[in-house]
Design a protein around this ligand. Structure first.
Ligand code: ATP
Ligand code: MG
Length: 254
């Protein structure tokens, strides 16, 4: 595995009762990149994503993180090795404040486990770091609000904050801008860019503006297999990609 590759899959795939959702994918993700996974509906993006952290067990193939085979490790072992899937909103504790949510993630990183009942005094030592992270995701003014009360876009930002708090080297994001209006999309896009400093991000994303705006590398999946990989320019001009999206061949310019 070349030194600058942080994540690699070899012939990774998954069948469901004879149906091939993900065929045999060989993916290489470079350290420090924002790597987007795109493709038409049903292409196998989410399944592929879930195979990376062993959230779904592969039918074939292998996954390597920084040279170490992680194919058979549990999602929590993989998280401890530094690859974390962003928590869905459902994992944000609504009855706690925004600040408390981030503090819990920091506490977890400290190896204290998830413990709601820690005395506030014990948790207060995490306040400064938590506020720092909240400032990064521009949620500092919402710190004392209950998580259940904040707007949808802010919840997604909080989700990112609790992920950053775990200080992973690779963050997996499944459609970070899903269901957002333009303004929130812009905000999350900037945020993903910012949190990508010193980190690798792999994201499934449908919004082409986001993909074009911040990705270093894009892998296009269709029917469970890789159609193309490259930068935006390369994949958007690829005949097979155009055909997969449009259902037709690109017209020749003659
Ligand atoms: N648990 C499952 N059992 C059976 N089939 C499944 C299962 N999960 C996914 N599939 C099928 O595998 C294919 C790929 O699904 P997947 O959700 O990975 O696609 P996707 O690229 O994420 O699509 P979308 O863009 O709609 O999110 C689909 O045809 C889907 O119906
Ligand atoms: Mg999906």
């Amino acid at each position: 595995m070349p030194q600058n590759v942080i994540l690699e899959t070899r012939s990774l795939g998954r069948d469901f009762n004879g149906f091939t959702a993900v065929g045999t994918i060989n993916l290489s993700v470079k350290k420090g990149d924002i790597h987007a996974i795109i493709g038409p509906n049903g292409a196998g993006k989410t399944t592929f994503f879930n195979l990376l952290t062993n959230f779904i067990k592969p039918s074939r193939g292998q996954v390597f993180l920084d040279g170490l085979e992680i194919t058979n490790k549990s999602p929590s072992e993989i998280a401890n090795l530094g690859m974390v899937r962003s928590f869905q909103i459902s994992a944000v504790f609504g009855h706690l404040t925004v600040l408390q949510n981030v503090r819990i993630a920091l506490q977890k990183l400290d190896g204290q486990g998830l413990n709601f009942w820690s005395a506030n005094k014990t948790l207060n030592k995490y306040n400064d770091r938590a506020m720092e992270i909240l400032t990064k995701v521009r949620l500092e003014s919402a710190a004392e609000k209950l998580a259940v009360e904040i707007a949808y876009g802010q919840k997604r930002a909080l989700e990112l904050a609790t992920t950053i708090a775990l200080d992973p080297q690779i963050i997996l994001l499944d459609e970070p801008t899903q269901g957002m209006g333009n303004e929130d999309v812009e905000h999350i896009m900037q945020l993903v860019k910012e949190i990508s400093e010193n980190r690798t991000i792999i994201m499934v994303e449908h919004n082409m503006k986001v993909v074009a705006g911040i990705s270093d590398c894009i892998t296009v999946l269709a029917r469970g297999n890789e159609l193309a990989s490259g930068n935006y320019e390369e994949v958007s001009n690829n005949e097979r990609v155009i055909e997969a999206y449009m259902g037709r061949k690109k017209r020749s310019s003659t």
